[in-house]
Ligand binder design. Structure first.
Ligand code: BGC
Length: 247
């Protein structure tokens, strides 16, 4: 079963057709810079460009970097504030002309990791943490997702975690792996204390460089990189729309 997966991020919007049975991309993915300002209208235009590029008329799964409840985007930490309380699923569906399901981006990445990646069959409490423009989180207990957990916005020593530890902060401030690794360790240690997870799965583009920062992590909990790396959002977005293809 093939579904077009689209992962909307603070800096790039990526799409590819996904085989939802094998969890693999069926076509080379296309990435377009996120328009600035990232208003609903401008982002919708890019989503439509991706749909046209893949000559797509079937179901679409879309991942978005905000709280998503019943298809409505409820926050906008790293995108234009016009997305707050915006009926995004309905509008994107109308403009693309395709049946479309919208999910939080970290939840989508988590679903992909649980179905095909590092979380497969895990019986305990797993936190999937995505490190990108912001910090996203997906929390699973015995394979069941608790949606919209938003753990990137936890405050540690008076600072919002994602403003101090997101991957983009490392690049923007030119932090060495050791310095950024120490920040990440602080953050994960805090999550470890609050949730006592059995496994951390780290996603986002930086998960490719896991070997560079993992030496600076000193936690009781096992930490692994996302197996699907940066494609987890695209694949998970498509998986979340599977019921449309089955209908
Ligand atoms: C948003 C989350 C999102 C994360 C990663 C955060 O700023 O609040 O909804 O999952 O960034 O994109």
């Amino acid at each position: 079963m093939e579904i077009l997966g689209i992962d909307i991020g603070g800096s790039g919007i990526k799409g590819a057709t996904v085989d939802t049975v094998s969890g693999t991309l069926r076509a080379e993915r296309l990435r377009i810079d996120t328009p600035q300002p990232s208003t609903p209208e401008a982002v919708t235009e890019v989503v439509c460009t991706l749909v046209r590029h893949f000559e797509w008329t079937g179901p679409v799964g879309c991942a978005f970097p905000a709280i998503v409840k019943s298809g409505v985007t409820r926050s906008a930490a790293n995108v234009d504030k016009g997305w707050v309380n915006y009926p995004a699923q309905e509008k994107l569906g109308q403009h693309t002309g395709c049946p479309l399901v919208l999910s939080n981006d970290a939840d989508a990445a988590g679903i992909a990791e649980f179905t095909f990646g590092a979380g497969q069959g895990h019986p305990g409490l797993v936190l999937v943490i995505t490190l990108g423009t912001g910090i996203g989180s997906a929390m699973f207990y015995r394979g069941v997702l608790v949606p919209n957990s938003e753990l990137g916005h936890l405050e540690i020593r008076g600072r919002e975690a994602e403003k101090w530890t997101a991957s983009v902060v490392r690049k923007r401030m030119g932090l060495k792996w050791k310095e950024w690794g120490a920040r990440l360790n602080d953050y994960l240690a805090h999550l470890e204390f609050i949730f006592s997870p059995d496994l951390f799965i780290l996603g986002g583009g930086v998960s490719r460089r896991f070997e560079r920062f993992s030496p600076y992590l000193n936690l009781e909990t096992e930490v692994v990189p996302a197996a699907l790396r940066n494609d987890a959002g695209i694949i998970g977005a498509a998986l979340a729309a599977r019921h449309l293809a089955e209908a």
